[in-house]
Write a protein that binds this ligand. Structure first.
Ligand code: CA
Ligand code: CA
Length: 345
């Protein structure tokens, strides 16, 4: 007998903008200037070379289907001051509607805020994403859990926007074995077993961080790992044997399908019965030749060459102590770009 469990988790992935900053170039800042590096002629032009911060907060991250919640975005510059009149663009997966602003776009107020209202139109876990307009590379994700059944007669939220991030497959909350969180480790640090909130995947290694050819200072650049938090609600032990993933590396091409990534050497590949949770951390993308690759750079691999948001689908296979197949899946979206992780030394 074969039993298949399927749960998609739209991971709640946040981008910690403040850590991306790198004061690149030689002598670009003199340290004594009152000029904020995020501004030019008084206009905010913050980018990856400055350390402005954007935050996204949803008043209620768990919302009953048919109900609404407020959300707000705050944009501050590298000195912690609010940034007014900057364009914020928000979008969502299909089960979350953006009721206000229905266009998804609004300017920040004098206090650096943009606020709005979302509503749940279907049960499941769905991402809300807000980014800065004007080509500023700032994005934040929040996962919204929509609970309960669709109320009879509920017609959705007429006139609302959102839904542009894609389908957002509905939850299967009765899944006996499930992936409850999914995220990425891309900066080489595995400081905790928590699924990281940072969804930034660096695809270009800078060869000379300080711009001085006489010193050797490559940008820190690491393989990318997935971090899956898994829960086993069955009354028997589950042991996982391999993971596969698929991701569209090249726009317009077929998605890259990985080989089986074995778990046999992973100490944590088994979960005890009755609710035990654990994290699986496995390498998925390789740092090679200054670039980032899905699969094997020297074999069947494909390099990420264009920046953008990509959703990675994971499939985890194992079996129960009594020999039943367990097959669970999850998706997580990340921003792939040439992030700057040079340290200012
Ligand atoms: Ca150098
Ligand atoms: Ca980089």
């Amino acid at each position: 007998m074969m039993r298949s469990y399927n749960k998609r988790y739209a991971a709640g992935l946040l981008i910690a903008l403040g850590i991306l900053g790198c004061m690149g170039g030689s002598g670009g800042t003199d340290g004594g200037s009152a000029e904020n590096p995020g501004y030019q002629n008084g206009v905010y032009t913050g980018d990856d070379s400055t350390t402005g911060t954007m935050s996204l907060v949803v008043e209620q991250e768990t919302i009953a289907v048919g109900q609404k919640s407020g959300f707000s975005v705050l944009v501050v510059d590298s000195q912690g001051q609010p940034v007014p009149e900057v364009s914020v663009v928000c979008d969502s997966e299909g089960g979350v509607a953006i009721i206000e602003p229905s266009s998804g776009t609004e300017l920040t107020s004098a206090s650096g805020h943009m606020s709005g209202v979302i509503g749940c139109s279907a049960p499941g876990s769905f991402q809300l994403l807000c980014r800065l307009g004007s080509g500023l590379n700032r994005r934040r994700f929040v996962t919204v859990r929509c609970t309960g059944d669709i109320p009879s007669g509920f017609q959705g939220f007429p006139g609302a926007g959102g839904g542009g991030l894609g389908g957002g497959v509905q939850n299967n909350d009765d899944g006996d074995v499930q992936i409850v969180e999914a995220g990425f480790e891309d900066d080489g640090s595995f400081s905790s077993s928590d699924v990281p909130a940072d969804a930034s995947i660096d695809i270009v290694q800078i060869a000379d961080c300080d711009g001085n050819a006489s010193t050797v200072d490559f940008e820190p650049f690491h393989d990318t790992y997935v971090n899956l938090k898994i829960q086993n609600n069955l009354p028997e032990r589950v042991t996982f044997s391999y993971l596969t993933y698929s991701v569209q590396v090249t726009t317009g091409a077929a998605p890259f399908e990985s080989s089986n990534i074995g778990l046999t050497r992973q100490a944590n590949s088994s979960l005890d019965a009755n609710g035990q949770t654990g994290n699986l951390i496995l390498p998925i993308f390789s740092a090679y030749g200054g670039g980032k690759w899905a699969g094997d750079p020297l074999g069947r691999g494909e390099q990420f060459t264009t920046p953008g948001l990509r959703t990675v689908t994971f499939n985890l296979v194992g079996e129960t102590a009594s020999g039943e197949l367990v097959n669970i899946s999850a998706q997580a979206t990340a921003s792939f770009s040439n992030f700057t992780r040079c340290s200012s030394n």
